[in-house]
Design a binder for this molecule. Structure first.
Ligand code: PMP
Length: 432
């Protein structure tokens, strides 16, 4: 029998009722030419499928599971909260605790509003920026992902700094036309866009470290120059730290970089694996939100007690354990091992890493933006992904995603990963 017979059957069933068989497209494994395994459960650094296969997991639910899956304290906090009711649509004390913890950890966040996803967070932050500045355009970077709200589903037009075109049917050209897209790490393109359209731009939105074209790091002065340019022109700077918040240290990447954005978007880790997002920042801007101000934003499940319990508990554990040094050391060692083995096999591999997030790009050159990321050999990535899975390692099923290491990953997991990598590399030697 196939090692994934049950998953295969479930996928066929799923496709009958759910578009493409999944509730978020990347889960369908299309870009690696394969089909998904269905999950039975996960614990620590391991995830099990319905056929009984077990994998070391580097997806980590796409970032939230920094403590590993089903951390006993988080599970207990969720259960305790659930016993008292799962949603009230009324304020609770733990929402203040969550807001205080975020604000203390990220000094630029003077006030914060909880929502239920990263998409909602960025979408709402942009509405606020538009209201605060009285301008309509948004500048974002190619290859950055900020959720699926209309203004962000806009592809770059031709040229260096251009107004976007809809990247998905259903996004009106009028909406996409309010988004300017420029290449990441390209200050000249930003300056050109600001010179041409500065008067109409409400905000610049950026993933402080990009994770959605694979991991791409900002150049040395890139973010500080964005801060200077935006301040000069009274444009708001929004850091999308949905991935990087509490991932690289306790707080936002902005503290490490020494930059204070006007608004910050969060998600993933602050929900401890439950559906959460948040946006916050300068008090004078946040006070414009209803009910203190006129900018409307709301949510039936915002500040949900289960999500708050999971999130607050996760943040407390992160603060208590202060495991960021260990994450850095472990991930750096793992990446060094991969780089060495790839080299021994003559495979071109550029590994980008920041703390516990990394991407191995199948190409020889440095990856500094979306154009260079796209030079990667995605067919080779597909073969790599499937071979690693066969050998018990679950990676994100796309070249343009980040792998996440958690505090639950052990030396044994890393050894197993490098063994699988060692077995996989020779099979990838054939020319591109
Ligand atoms: N911003 C970034 C940087 C993200 O990585 C994501 C999701 N991967 C989002 C926003 C959207 O978050 P969500 O999927 O929770 O809507």
């Amino acid at each position: 029998m196939d090692r994934d017979a049950y998953s295969k059957r479930l996928f066929e069933d799923a496709k009958r009722y759910i578009p493409g068989g999944v509730n978020s497209p990347v889960r369908a494994f299309r870009s690696v030419g394969s089909r998904p395994f269905f999950v039975r459960g996960a614990c620590g650094s391991h995830i099990r499928d319905v056929d009984g296969n077990e994998y070391v997991d580097y997806v980590g639910s796409w970032g939230p599971m920094i403590l590993g899956h089903a951390h006993p304290e988080v599970v207990e906090a969720i259960c305790r909260a659930a016993e008292k009711g799962t949603s009230y649509g009324a304020p609770t004390e733990i929402e203040i605790e969550m807001a205080r913890m975020i604000s203390e950890a990220i000094p630029s966040v003077e006030m914060v509003r909880m929502v239920s996803s990263g998409t909602e967070a960025v979408m709402s932050a942009v509405r606020l920026a538009r209201a605060f500045t009285g301008r309509s355009a948004v500048l974002k970077f190619e290859g950055c992902y900020h959720g699926h709200a209309d203004p962000f589903l806009s592809g770059a037009g031709s040229g260096l700094a251009t107004f976007g075109i809809p990247a998905s049917p259903g996004v009106p050209p009028e909406v996409a036309g309010l988004t300017i897209t420029v290449p990441y790490n390209n200050l000249d393109a930003v300056r050109t866009a600001l010179d041409d359209h500065g008067q109409t731009i409400a905000c610049i939105v950026i993933e402080a470290i990009a994770g959605n074209m694979g991991v791409v790091l900002p150049g040395e002065h890139f973010l500080s120059e964005l801060r200077r340019l935006t301040e000069e022109r009274k444009i708001l700077l929004i850091f999308d730290e949905v991935i990087t918040g509490f991932r690289l240290h306790y707080g936002g990447y902005q503290d490490l970089a020494g930059i204070r954005p006007d608004l910050t978007c969060l998600g993933k880790i602050i929900g401890g694996g439950l559906p959460v997002g948040a946006f916050g920042g300068r008090r004078d801007i946040m006070e414009m939100l209803a009910p203190s101000g006129p900018v409307y934003q709301a949510g039936t499940l915002s500040g949900n007690p289960l999500a708050m319990a999971a999130g607050v508990t996760t943040l407390k554990i992160l603060k208590r354990e202060n495991g960021y040094g260990r994450l850095e050391k472990n991930t750096s060692k793992l990446c060094a091992g991969m780089q060495r083995i790839a080299g021994e096999n003559g495979i071109d591999a550029a590994i980008n890493r920041s703390g516990s997030m990394f991407t191995l790009f199948f190409q020889p050159a440095a990856v500094i933006d979306y154009d260079s990321a796209k030079l990667s050999d995605t067919r080779r990535f597909g073969a790599y992904f499937n071979a690693m899975l066969q050998n018990g390692i679950s990676l994100p099923p796309s070249q343009f995603e980040a792998c996440f290491v958690s505090l639950a990953h052990t030396d044994e997991d890393f050894e197993r990963t490098l063994e699988a990598f060692n077995k996989t590399m020779p099979g990838l030697r054939s020319p591109r």
